[in-house]
Write a protein that binds this ligand. Structure first.
Ligand code: ZN
Length: 329
């Protein structure tokens, strides 16, 4: 077994799995592959969770070994080096390490120990282009970055697909209660957007789509709108979309597509005009209103700007208390 000594006079051994080759923690007897020799006194000083755990163990007079099959060894190693003052052994963490460090800090209530690193670590997410990843959500949550947390949650609601949000609900490191709310908000906004598209389609489907009763205008608008939808792989009916495409993509690109939709002037000769005069060239353009998509665009813009926050009161309380410990933001 690989042994790492954090304190030469260490009186406690933590037994861990290798991160690259983890044994299923739920299996009956995971075999530890790593041993950390630490000071129980230090652990009690830096973490109330360790204190409770160790006083219980020691009161019972049980072994001086603690198996921690679920903990990420690299992340725990970082934190143990930090609290045992082995600063020369601290290696610059990647965002993947930071996610695990956040999980360890959350579990043992040690976020406050990282008050000098937390802001710098936020930059690691920026540098790696992961400021708006699911990993960032848990990191911001643990270290009390309230506005970052709120913006990355909102960004995920509009930038991730519903199935990806559903997967996120199953991740064991998602902050409690946030993922299900994110998915509900995204689903509602998707439904509203598709309804708006469907209602526009129905408007063009009716004979009255042309304000001055031109059958050519009505038929053209309907055909042009269907063509736009088809070119963007948008199915007009949400339930059909789910059946045909499996799932729709993320909300924001869909809203962008709607924002850029345009039906150009009908290139047809109107009845009774001279052959040289083409439809829509008459001044003023009397069919501009018939083919207008302004109503649809306004509605989708409104849906996007009215995306509610997914934060509940208990989230705000937690973020406030973490921010106080860490001194974030
Ligand atoms: Zn018209």
């Amino acid at each position: 077994m690989e042994t790492t000594t954090f304190d030469d006079d260490g009186d406690l051994e933590l037994l861990l799995q290798n991160d690259d080759n983890p044994t299923d923690p739920s299996s009956a007897k995971p075999t530890p592959t790593k041993k950390f020799v630490v000071s129980s006194k230090v652990l009690c000083l830096v973490s109330p969770v360790w204190k409770t755990m160790l006083s219980g163990k020691f009161l019972e007079g049980t072994s001086r070994q603690i198996p921690l099959p679920e903990d990420n060894a690299r992340a725990l190693e970082y934190m143990l080096n930090l609290v045992h003052f082995n600063f020369d052994r601290l290696k610059a963490p990647t965002t993947s390490d930071l996610t695990h460090i956040a999980i360890v800090c959350d579990k043992y209530d040690m976020a406050g120990l990282c008050r000098f690193q937390a802001n710098e670590w936020k930059d690691v997410f920026r540098r790696e282009g992961k400021l708006y990843s699911f990993d960032a959500i848990f990191f911001a949550w643990t270290f009390g970055f309230r506005s970052w947390f709120e913006s990355v949650v909102k960004d995920s609601i509009t930038g991730q697909t519903i199935p990806r949000l559903r997967e996120y609900e199953l991740e064991n490191f998602a902050p409690p209660g946030i993922a299900v709310t994110m998915r509900e908000i995204a689903t509602r906004a998707h439904d509203e957007t598709f309804n708006a598209i469907f209602n526009t389609y129905k408007r063009f489907l009716g004979d009255q789509s042309c304000t001055i009763g031109s059958a050519e205008c009505s038929a053209y608008n309907l055909g042009a709108f269907i063509t736009i939808l088809d070119r963007n792989s948008i199915c007009i009916d949400m339930s059909l979309a789910r059946a045909v495409y499996g799932t729709p993509g993320p909300l924001r690109p869909l809203a962008d597509v709607v924002g850029g939709m345009q039906i150009s002037k009908l290139p047809l000769k109107p009845r009774g005009e001279t052959p040289q005069r083409r439809y829509g060239e008459a001044e003023p353009d009397e069919h501009a209103q018939c083919r207008s998509l302004a109503g649809l665009k306004d509605e989708v813009k409104k849906i996007m700007s009215n995306i509610p926050t997914a934060l509940q009161e208990h989230h705000k309380v937690h973020l406030r208390s973490q921010a106080k410990k860490v001194g974030a933001e």
